[in-house]
Design a protein around this ligand. Structure first.
Ligand code: ZN
Length: 478
């Protein structure tokens, strides 16, 4: 009996979570039911989704077929759901290092699967809509965590030339299915801000142009209306963090080409968020977008919306976010007689947080948003002295803090002589040394002092607070 009640309770909680996710307002716990396991990671590769593909191949409420193979012979699959006249084609991860929507597609499948398991009526859109999903179009790029395919070609610049097997697979699918709607699912780099909001564009949307005049024809209008329809939901979920992607006509790209072929195409870019390096909020919002769009395409309700909602979305502000902004840093007079100027220092790390840290800008950084910020008012910059490595050094935390307090910011000489047991980062032979002022593109290691006393050490862009030896790493890949 207890087992049966447990099962009933589980069924009830699943049903409640389903209702919340389908109609809102949903909580993180509601989504947890439908978060496909093992996908909250980056990079996300074919082997991560293979067990899920096997599972869905065994379900009878959808069709899974292999569309073709990548350069390195990894399979690319098509999932077909529903039996309606309106056809939607969605594909993800055509850029291998952009995994968020692949995870969201499997979350959508988990929702649809739960509807089947709970024996609730299938989603009403499935009578009007047939949904075709291609998760992870570029498995070879995913394997190397690269934007490009195994030939180092950007598949999203191959829509005309069609020299990649992956691009051919997508074009063949589109020509065969003849979708009315296309969802082109990507990740954008975390340095895009939403307009002047100084916050990351966690989601950016675009109804791609089909010509260089960026005209609005009925199919592009429909894509804009679908975006207008979801704007209130996004404005509420991520206030000031919705962006509109640049609509310059890009003739080699699939989104623009499909627009020109008459599909109502929507580009979705999952973006950065504070304290969310694996983009789990963007993933949840992707799921919400798919559910809302499928329902609206099924009912036709989006036609009631005006394109003005779409046009009111702030443009993406490329480079509007920095990983770290240290503001109000005092620079000393050349003769050491006091403060010459007060500047902000803005840092980023290349790639998806994998590259080295760079000092992008010195001066007024007040127009930028920062994933991490530090107000250095009252603190003076100094490059710090070099501690020469001439014999073996075993560095404890206490010894290191004493060196920093004594004005040593870095080590010079033979790196192998230093055994770092401090648990804190060290800089050995850093660039941009021995200057009175920081140097753009070079400086990432220095000291900040008040009345000659070192308060804070910045080592390779990581912050060490001397008072409590605490470490802040702003470059963990937000
Ligand atoms: Zn992309």
């Amino acid at each position: 009996m207890i087992l049966k009640e447990d099962a009933m309770l589980k069924q009830l909680s699943l049903w409640l979570a389903l209702s919340a996710v389908l109609s809102g307002p949903a909580t993180a716990a509601d989504y947890a039911e439908f978060t496909a396991p093992g996908l909250a990671k980056s990079p996300l590769t074919h082997s991560d989704i293979a067990p899920l593909i096997t599972y869905y191949q065994q379900q009878d409420w959808l069709e899974v077929t292999e569309l073709g193979r990548s350069v390195e012979q990894r399979p690319v699959y098509l999932f077909k759901i529903g039996q309606g006249e309106r056809k939607v084609l969605a594909w993800s991860q055509m850029h291998g290092d952009e995994p968020t929507a692949t995870a969201a597609i499997f979350d959508l499948l988990a929702v649809l699967d739960a509807q089947q398991q709970a024996k609730t009526a299938q989603a009403s859109w499935q009578d009007q809509v047939t949904l075709y999903l291609i998760p992870m179009l570029n498995p070879d790029g995913a394997e190397r965590n690269s934007r490009f395919n195994a030939l180092d070609i950007d598949i999203n610049r191959d829509a005309l030339a069609l020299q990649t097997p992956e691009g051919q697979i997508l074009m063949q699918a589109a020509l065969h299915i003849k979708p009315h709607y296309a969802f082109n699912l990507h990740d954008q780099n975390r340095y895009h801000a939403s307009g002047d909001n100084k916050k990351p564009a966690t989601i950016s949307l675009l109804a791609p142009a089909y010509n260089s005049a960026r005209d609005i024809n009925p199919s592009r209008r429909a894509a804009m209306q679908l975006i207008s329809l979801v704007k209130p939901m996004l404005d509420s979920a991520i206030p000031q963090q919705l962006g509109r992607y640049d609509d310059s006509y890009s003739i080699r790209s699939f989104g623009d080409t499909f627009s020109a072929m008459g599909m109502s195409t929507i580009l979705v870019e999952a973006g950065g968020q504070f304290n969310d390096p694996l983009r789990q909020q963007a993933r949840q919002l992707n799921l919400q977008l798919y559910l809302k769009w499928l329902a609206a395409i099924g009912s036709g309700s989006y036609r009631d919306y005006d394109v003005s909602g779409y046009q009111a979305i702030p443009m993406n502000n490329s480079g509007g976010m920095k990983d770290l902004i240290i503001s109000h840093v005092g620079l000393q007079q050349a003769d050491g007689s006091g403060q010459l100027a007060q500047v902000d220092l803005a840092f980023t790390a290349g790639g998806n947080g994998r590259g080295s840290v760079v000092l992008d800008e010195i001066g007024d950084a007040s127009i930028y948003g920062g994933y991490h910020t530090l107000d250095a008012s009252g603190l003076l910059y100094s490059a710090g002295k070099a501690y020469p490595l001439s014999k073996p050094v075993e560095l404890s935390t206490a010894q290191y803090l004493k060196l920093l307090a004594d004005g040593y910011s870095h080590f010079t000489g033979k790196a192998s002589l230093l055994t770092n047991n401090s648990g804190l980062p060290v800089a050995i032979n850093p660039r941009g040394l021995n200057k009175l002022w920081p140097q753009r593109q070079l400086t990432t290691t220095f000291l900040l002092s008040k009345d000659q006393a070192v308060q804070l050490a910045v080592v390779n862009g990581r912050l060490i607070k001397l008072a409590d030896a605490s470490l802040t790493d702003p470059f963990t890949g937000n």
